[in-house]
Design a protein around this ligand. Structure first.
Ligand SMILES: [Ca+2]
Ligand SMILES: [Ca+2]
Length: 259
């Protein structure tokens, strides 16, 4: 084998390993949940806060968010249930290797001083962490949309979801999350989940008053908290690496014999 052929071979092997490392990082209760085109459902949202300040405006960098350097300014797809006329978001959770990086980008909410966001272990909701405290503020006020991102890094469990405790001022407890929290698995309609595939980055908007599965509650502008999220893909299981290594070694031995 020539040197260039060897390099091509090993870069192929490394590429295969990297591909194995990039596990799917979001899962849904409903198997029909897929990426939906921008413009349907969330794209038609109005807002009680005033015109042109709902989540889709932030995603597309339009309305009051025009020129905001932290708005993705793209028509990103969102995750919804294509089996429903309402495009219901399905309960979702992440599967990742951590740590996760997040940036609070916007809060337009009467409860912006109290809304608290965190992660929880989907196998045990007593295992949880706070991501953004109520006192964290990305923009100065409900009428000043200048973003100064609040950056956070956290190490969640392997399978984890998001919770929001609306206007919660007391120390966070597991029972408060279970009783009062809006969990991504039980209340997926509180979260708008968008994904920028080019950067493996999620943009998530939260509604801090109960929307309900009939979408009759809240004003559904999903701008009460807007943040980006980047997860670390889970590394392959040691057994997978061992198997791939054995295959590579076997291929090498076969090549040696062929010579
Ligand atoms: Ca806040
Ligand atoms: Ca709202």
């Amino acid at each position: 084998m020539t040197l260039s052929a060897r390099l091509a071979f090993w870069s192929g092997v490394l590429g295969a390993l990297a591909g194995a490392a990039r596990c799917d990082t979001v899962s849904f209760l409903s198997p029909t949940t897929t990426e939906q085109p921008f413009g349907s459902f969330y794209g038609q949202s109005a807002s009680d806060d005033g015109p042109e300040r709902s989540l889709p405006h932030f995603i597309s960098g339009t309305g009051v968010f025009a020129g905001n350097p932290y708005a993705p300014a793209a028509q990103l797809p969102f995750y919804g249930d294509s089996g429903s006329a309402l495009l219901l978001p399905s309960g979702f959770w992440f599967h990742s290797g951590g740590p996760s990086q997040t940036a609070l980008l916007m809060e337009i909410a009467g409860w912006r001083d109290g809304n608290t966001l965190g992660w929880y272990n989907t196998a045990n909701s007593a295992d949880f962490g706070v991501i953004f405290q109520g006192s964290d503020q990305a923009n100065p006020s409900n009428s000043d949309f200048t973003t100064t991102p609040v950056l956070r890094s956290f190490q969640p469990s392997t399978d984890w979801g998001l919770w929001l405790l609306p206007n919660y001022q007391a120390p966070i407890t597991a029972s408060a999350i279970a009783q009062d929290g809006m969990l991504s698995l039980q209340h997926p309609e509180q979260f708008g989940l968008f994904r920028d595939d080019t950067q493996d980055l999620y943009y998530i908007g939260v509604e801090d008053t109960l929307v309900g599965r009939d979408f009759a509650g809240g004003d559904r502008d999903y701008n009460d908290m807007i943040f980006s999220l980047k997860n670390t893909p889970q590394v392959p299981e040691p057994s997978t690496v061992l198997l791939l290594g054995t295959v590579v070694l076997g291929l090498g031995l076969l090549r040696l014999r062929a010579h």
